[in-house]
Design a protein around this ligand. Structure first.
Ligand SMILES: C[S@@+](CC[C@H](N)C(=O)[O-])C[C@H]1O[C@@H](n2cnc3c(N)ncnc32)[C@H](O)[C@@H]1O
Length: 247
């Protein structure tokens, strides 16, 4: 199923899935701290949360002192959910429906976060277009932090199943599809996996420099029941984190 159709259908279920149970625990102990560490100090900065979904990172950014945050997603259903959080507990975040590959220039932001956006680039051309539109929305020296499929991921040696995520059809080819089964009952969404060398080339062509890959971290205490699984995840993460600076 294509991204906007899938996410429109599952929007409120997605919010529930990532906010409760094992997937939430994985996000809290590993994914969010890893991405937020790569973002670093965000105080007084303007930020874009691209493929914002229900607005998880947008809210983190505001809560950690970002001056202005805009969330963008292709799925109107996901933006509705994000907006409902904003209405219930206003943080001053603006949410917009856009395809990032066609994103107009909304401003010259200090930071852009793209958590699982590039997973939905179904061609190298689309991947490049996404990087270009992000570059056009950053000031020179502004930073992009992106989380995406790890092309080197070994699905045979992973712990992600116990956190409610299953990946199928992983092939080592650049730009290959990865089928991801999510939620309970599971539904399949198609994503794409691009080699890190491809991300580096395309990002540089789109006007990024100072590319850096960041390791995942786990903040779980040794007493946490999943402590060992989180540690194991760090050896074979299904996602990788890239930061880059707008030239
Ligand atoms: C797995 S969700 C991640 C949401 C959020 N970033 C998070 O980590 O919780 C992926 C999101 O990417 C969005 N998406 C997919 N393709 C997109 C595109 N071309 N432009 C903008 N958003 C897109 C989907 O609608 C969905 O909300």
């Amino acid at each position: 199923m294509v991204a906007n159709q899938y996410y429109d259908e599952v929007a409120s279920k997605f919010a529930r899935d990532i906010e409760t149970g094992p997937r939430n625990e994985f996000r809290l102990q590993v994914m969010y701290p890893s991405v937020m560490q790569a973002i670093g100090d965000i105080r007084d900065q303007s930020a874009l949360d691209l493929a914002c979904g229900t607005g998880v990172y947008a809210r983190f950014l505001r809560q950690r002192g970002a001056a202005r945050v805009t969330g963008v997603d292709i799925s109107a259903g996901m933006i509705d959910v994000a907006q409902s959080y904003e209405s219930a507990r206003p943080l001053g975040i603006t949410y917009l429906v856009h395809d990032v590959a066609e994103l107009p220039t909304l401003g010259a932001f200090d930071v852009a976060v793209a958590a699982t956006l590039f997973n939905f680039a179904d061609s190298r051309q689309m991947l490049k277009r996404m990087y270009e539109r992000i570059r056009a929305n950053l000031r020179p020296g502004g930073r992009l932090v992106a989380l995406m499929q790890n092309a080197q991921f070994d699905p045979g040696a992973t712990v992600i199943g116990q956190f409610g995520m299953h990946q199928r059809d992983h092939s080592p080819e650049d730009g290959s599809t990865v089928l991801v089964d999510l939620g309970d009952p599971p539904q399949t969404v198609t994503t794409w996996s691009w080699h890190s060398a491809t991300h580096e080339q395309v990002a540089e062509q789109a006007g990024f420099t100072r590319l850096q890959w960041h390791p995942h971290i786990s903040v779980a205490e040794p007493e946490h029941p999943d402590y060992a699984a989180f540690k194991k995840y760090l050896d074979n993460p299904h996602m990788v984190i890239l930061s880059a600076e707008a030239a």
